[in-house]
Design a protein around this ligand. Structure first.
Ligand code: C2E
Ligand code: CA
Ligand code: CA
Length: 404
């Protein structure tokens, strides 16, 4: 049994009252020390001073550095303790955080909705203690490098595609390729459970080329079948530090009888903040070759104005958390509008991600955003489903979406 008094817990919440409340509940449960911070910056400064805590209770919505940004810092530091996500009513923020956390293999103990009660907190912490509590190790199922490597070798990785449509005309403008793992025991595994591990264990390059070649082949087949579409491919930052990448990408494109204009590379900018010199050169060369460049998950990271100015992105994808919240939350709406304005000023096309329901659609339709992608339009699907989906969409866009 774990000695609760020896468990080191960090509390982060912008409301001092909540911090006191949580500290009190923990001490009532027998937990010894907890350190409380009112801002991400203060908490980080504390983390830099000593060993990581065993557990962090993190409020997701805070002004300044929000919970999502704080999680990114934890990822960078390879934080190996447990994480409890605390959120208000914004379910989507929680989803974004959960995806982020899963993608990077952080150990989420669970999430709590405010106001947190002892009745909610107790079972969660007990569960954590039964798992790897206190050992600073990841509990639960995480795929190992060897498993992922075997999956690649056994050709279990598959590529699904999610359509993007023009908000003005309802036309299908392209698809994003999203990798899945058809696991023999676990079924279809989403990238959140293996991409992060692949990135950290040196497998991401192989995985990316696999996806890229698959996407190129599928695109050519589709075009031959009378369904020509631009294909977007997610590229991890680590690939962009290799000066060989543009040449290899061009060769692969040529081999598949495609031209660079058919391909868009999606990059999450925050990932190469550390040293942007090589990525800057790689991205510029890709752009000169006429590949499309898209900045992904805009609004969630440290996307800085200067980098947007320096890197020749042609497209900006507004993160789904802002798109979804924009219709009900003024801050999200402000970020959404600011992103659109910024993109317009820099002559970039805008894509709203995660258009999931009617309110999302009505919102994006009422703004100057160019394209939309999300479950309301289509879920990611195997390539063989695309032509049939497109047929169906042409009817739906008239009957359900009011296009001529
Ligand atoms: P992403 O690039 O932001 O991709 C969009 C994610 O949002 C996809 O999750 C997609 O299924 C999901 N999504 C789309 N529409 C909606 C919606 O209306 N509502 C909600 N709630 N979600 C929606 P998925 O497929 O699980 O991929 C997660 C992430 O994994 C991707 O986020 C991307 O960053 C990464 N990823 C996927 N494939 C690859 C790959 O081949 N290489 C690399 N490096 N990363 C990949
Ligand atoms: Ca993407
Ligand atoms: Ca995205």
């Amino acid at each position: 049994m774990l000695d609760r008094s020896a468990v080191d817990i960090l509390l982060l919440d912008d409301e001092p009252f909540i911090l006191k409340l949580h500290a009190r509940m923990l001490s009532d449960l027998g937990f010894g020390s907890s350190r409380a911070f009112e801002s991400g910056a203060l908490a980080l400064a504390d983390l830099n001073r000593g060993p990581d805590p065993h557990l962090i209770l993190l409020d997701l919505s805070m002004p300044g550095m929000d919970g999502i940004q704080f999680i990114k810092h934890l990822v960078q530091r390879n934080y190996a303790g447990g994480l409890v996500l605390v959120s208000g009513e914004d379910k989507r923020l929680l989803q974004t955080a959960a995806r982020l956390v899963a993608a990077h293999g952080l150990a989420v103990v669970g999430h709590l909705a405010k106001p947190v009660t002892p009745a909610q907190l107790r079972p969660l912490l007990e569960e954590w203690e039964r798992g790897s509590g206190g050992t600073r190790r990841h509990p639960g199922k995480l795929y190992t490098r060897e498993e992922i490597e075997a999956g690649i070798r056994n050709q279990e990785m598959v590529t699904h595609y999610q359509p993007k449509i023009s908000i003005k005309t309802g036309e299908v403008v392209g698809v994003e390729s999203l990798t899945r793992w058809q696991h023999p025991m676990d079924g279809l595994v989403l990238p959140g459970l293996f991409i992060g591990i692949a990135e950290r264990s040196g497998l991401i390059e192989e995985l990316t080329w696999l996806t890229m070649n698959q996407a190129l082949t599928d695109r050519t087949d589709l075009a031959r079948a009378g369904c020509p579409l631009q294909v977007s491919i997610n590229v991890s930052a680590s690939l962009l530090t290799s000066l060989e990448f543009p040449g290899l990408a061009a060769a692969a494109t040529l081999r598949a009888s495609a031209v660079p204009q058919d391909i868009v590379f999606e990059v999450t900018e925050s990932e190469f903040i550390a040293d942007p010199r090589a990525p800057l050169e790689v991205l510029t060369r890709l752009r000169l070759m006429r590949f499309g460049l898209s900045i992904d998950d805009f609004g969630t990271g440290y996307s800085s104005l200067s980098q947007l100015r320096d890197i020749p992105f042609g497209e900006l994808k507004i993160d789904q958390s802002f798109v979804h919240l924009a219709s009900s939350d003024a801050t999200a709406r402000a970020i959404y509008d600011a992103s659109l304005g910024l993109a317009k000023n820099l002559n970039m096309k805008t894509v709203a991600e995660g258009v999931e329901d009617r309110p999302d659609w009505d919102l994006v339709r009422s703004t100057e955003c160019d394209e939309a992608q999300g479950y309301l339009i289509a879920r990611p699907m195997p390539v063989s489903d695309l032509p049939g989906w497109k047929e169906h969409w042409l009817t739906r866009r008239k009957t359900e979406f009011g296009f001529a």
